[in-house]
Design a protein. Sequence first.
Length: 387
Amino acid sequence: MTDLKWALEDLPYLAADLPGIGGRIRQSPEDFVVEEIPAYRPEGVGEFLYLWIEKRGLSAEQLMSHVARLLRISLQDVGMAGLKDRHAVTRQYISVPFKCEPRLKDLEHPQFTVLEVGRHKNKLRPGHLRGNRFTIVVRDVVDDALGRAVAIAGRLRTSGMPNYFGEQRFGRDNETLVLGLDLLRGTKTPADIPRVRRKFLLRLALSAVQSALFNRSLSNRITSGQLFQVELGDVMQVVASGGPFVVEDIAREQPRFSAQEIVIAGPMFGPKMKPSAGLVKEQEELLLKEAELSRDDFTKYPLLTSGTRRAFLVWPDDLTVNSVPGGGVEVAFGLPSGSYATVLLREMMQEISATATEPSMSLPPDAAAGADEPSADSEAEVESPEG
C-alpha cells in the first residue's frame, strides 16, 4: 500500500494566529462567481470568433459539448483558456471558427448566455489567461465574522497567501495522487489506466505528485518560520516576469523580497526545474527521500513532468470583504492563473466542518487556477486550473 503520511499531514495556515470565520460556501451557484481575466481581448479581425459566455450549473466539458452541438462543429474546434467550476456562475471567453457566425443565432441554452462576440486571429488554448476574479459568499459564519474577515484580509494583503494546490488536485481519497506515485515508482504503467481516460489521467496523476511535493515543501517552510526569510541557494522568481535565479547574496535579495519584487519559488520536480543550492537543495532531496522518490523518477515521463518552479506566495488582487444579509460574508479578490480560490477561503474560514468541506470545496478535476487547471503547470488551477 502506498505510504502517504508525508502528503497527508495537515497543511499549516499562514494566518493561524487569527480566528477564522467558519461557515459554508456554494450554497447556490450565485454564491460563487468567477470571471476570467483574459490574456488578450478580441482584435476585431481574424479567423476565430471569441464568445464571452456566462454559464451556471454547467461544467466546462458540458459547455464545450453544447456549443459544438449547437454550432454543428467538432468539439476540437472549441477553444477555451481555462476550465471553470460547475457549481458557480462563471464568465469566460471561448473561441470557435469564424465560419460559425451565421449559426450564432442557434446558440441558445437555459444554462448559458452569450454576452458579447468579437474576433481574433488566435484560437484560445489552455493557459491563455491572466487569472480569475472571484466574488464568493460564505454563509453560516460565526457572529463576529466580518471583524475576523477584515483582520485576515489585512494579513493576506500584506504577507500574501500560501500558494498551495487545492486538495481537489489529488482526487477523491487521494486516488489521483496514489496513481501518480505508482507510475513514478514503476509499480504501474500507463497501460494500467483505461484507454478512454489514459491521456487525461496520466497527466493529472503525475501532476498531482509534483503538486503534493510542492505543498509539503511550502508547509515545511511555514512550519520552520522561514517563509519570509530568503536563504542562500533559494530559487527566486521575479514577480513581474516570472524569471528565476538562485540567491547568492541574502543582503541584496531580502529587501527585494520584502518589497514584493521577487518571491521564493518552490519545487515542481522535473528535469527542467531550475536547481536550488546548498541547504535548500538538501532539504528538497530529503523531501523526495521521504516520498520514496528520486529526481530520476521524473525523467520517466519527460513531456509530462518537465518541471518548473512555483511561487510559494501570491498576493490577491483587490481583496475586499463585506457583510451580506443573513449573516454571511462576501469575499472578492483576483488571483493569477494557477492559484486556487479555495486556498484563500481556507485561510479565511479555517474551521470548516467535514460535511461542508467535501461538497463545498471540491472543483472539477481540471479546475486549477483559482478556478483553472494551470497548464503544464500553469496548470490557471488552473492552476490559476481552481484552471
